[in-house]
Design a binder for this molecule. Structure first.
Ligand SMILES: Nc1nc2c(c(=O)[nH]1)N[C@H]1C(S)=C(S)[C@@H](COP(=O)(O)OP(=O)(O)OC[C@H]3O[C@@H](n4cnc5c(N)ncnc54)[C@H](O)[C@@H]3O)O[C@H]1N2
Ligand code: MOO
Length: 411
């Protein structure tokens, strides 16, 4: 007899099975396309900018000359990367380029368009300038020692730009999570060069699993396809126990006599019943979860659409926890673009939908077909909505989980 839990119970249990977070260090200068998460706060190593600098090509002037109408003597000429040995006195200026450190006694930089040359060595201001004009002060952006990023911050290309500019070299990050995918099913054809025989289908689910995980910086160590043979599935799964942080099994999660995921996971985890064996949710009620050694195993439906929902609402939040990317699920709400009428069942329904922003409002259009046997709609889906009652009107707010966008909790 299987224990059945509600979705909220399953979510809490699944999170409690998260593989512990490891920590490591990362070189900020090493090229990396994948994000990591800070395991500790990081402080600026140098002031930003590191010196008072010119923000325009022009002339550094003394404060006594800000409103001057007299000729001013050009005593030096400096470029970015140089430092002027000259000290500016009243009546003198230094020609300066954007990014160069301003000489001592500079009150403002007058852009070159606002002066005229009166001789080869002197200029006249065409406008008055205010103190501080076109100068960026040392430490204006950040001071050495300031906290730049907090623990839990996602380190991507933009944040690496901040860290590099501030002289940070090594950062403490959560260790990458390793995931092995085991796709089961004797009917699966695992190469596009093969044509389908009777009763066969092309293996498809691992495509979105792999890419979503990789986008998050997860190392997908292996994708293995196994036919519905209990010993072979057990052999494949056992191989990954203690070798990876997560094993995702697809297919064979239900109650058919060739559905072996439950018995295999029971065996390798050494437990006669699993913490999660079935969930009151649609689609995706056949969902399995357990710990085996230092590895967390999830068993998911073979149907790509059901697997997609299970992955986003149960498995991925747990993997994200191990990555340090904890975020509340379904914290956002969207306006329903169409009414919904559902049959009275005790399952929570998760409908695949397309979310879009219009007039500053996130709205969701549920897909016309919600059967878990339908796969083509997945190309348009970028959201999952949670439905806890039978009747929803157009315009009603529903909890939404964005599955595709960078600001939709994926990163
Ligand atoms: N008697 C019952 N039958 C079923 C129940 C039930 O409660 N009692 N639950 C149904 C529900 S709900 C679901 S969901 C499915 C889940 O089935 P399995 O997890 O055992 O998945 P399979 O039977 O292996 O496959 C289902 C479907 O998906 C195709 N498939 C499998 N793997 C892939 C893949 N990698 N890529 C593309 N398609 C795949 C497979 O050929 C099947 O058509 O069980 C119901 N049955
Ligand atoms: O839970 Mo199943 O996904 O409805 O076909």
């Amino acid at each position: 007899m299987r224990t059945i839990c509600t979705y909220d119970e399953a979510y809490a249990i699944a999170l409690s099975l998260a593989a512990p977070q490891g920590q490591t260090h990362q070189d900020v200068w090493a090229a990396s396309g994948t994000p990591t998460v800070l395991a500790d706060a990081v402080r600026a190593f140098v002031d930003l900018p590191p010196f008072h600098r010119a923000m325009m090509d022009g002339f550094a002037v003394h404060q006594d000359d800000l409103e001057s109408t007299e000729e001013l003597l050009v005593i030096d000429d400096i470029h970015a990367g140089e430092r002027s040995a000259s000290v500016i006195c009243p009546g003198t200026v230094v020609e300066i380029r954007t990014g160069a450190p301003v000489p001592p006694n500079t009150s403002a930089v007058v852009r070159k368009e606002w002066v005229e040359w009166t001789s080869e060595t002197s200029i006249r201001l065409l406008r008055q300038v205010a103190p501080g004009e076109s100068i960026q002060l040392q430490g204006e952006d950040a001071k050495a020692g300031d906290v730049l990023l907090a623990r839990g911050a996602v380190v991507d290309g933009q944040t690496r730009t901040v860290l590099r500019a501030a002289g940070v070299r090594n950062i403490p990050v959560f260790a990458p999570v390793r995931v092995a995918i085991v796709s089961t099913g004797s009917e699966l054809v695992t190469s596009a060069t093969s044509t389908l025989g009777a009763g066969q289908v092309y293996a498809a689910s691992d495509a979105f699993l792999q890419s979503t995980l990789r986008q998050l910086g997860v190392i997908v160590t292996d994708v293995t396809y196994i036919d519905d043979h209990p010993a072979r599935i057990e052999h494949a799964v056992s191989k990954y126990v203690d070798a990876v942080d997560y094993i995702l099994i697809t297919g064979g999660a239900s109650v058919g006599d060739t559905d072996y995921a439950t018995s295999v996971i029971r065996k390798v985890s050494g437990s006669p019943s699993l913490p999660i064996e079935r969930v009151w949710m649609r689609p995706g009620s056949p969902f399995l979860a357990a710990r085996a050694g230092s590895t967390t195993i999830f068993g998911m439906s073979g149907n790509p659409a059901a697997c997609f929902v299970q992955f986003h609402v149960l498995a991925l939040p747990v993997i994200r926890k191990s990555l340090g990317m904890d975020a509340p699920l379904f914290a956002d709400h969207a306006v329903l673009a169409e009414p919904i009428r559902l049959k009275p069942v005790k399952h929570v329904r998760f409908h695949r939908a397309t979310a879009s922003l219009s007039k500053s409002q996130l709205s969701v259009l549920p897909q016309a077909g919600q059967s878990s046997g339908l796969v083509t709609g997945l190309s348009n889906v970028n959201a999952i909505i949670r439905l806890d009652k039978q009747v929803y009107e157009r315009g009603e707010h529903v909890p939404v989980l964005l599955t595709k966008t960078a600001n939709g909790r994926l990163f």
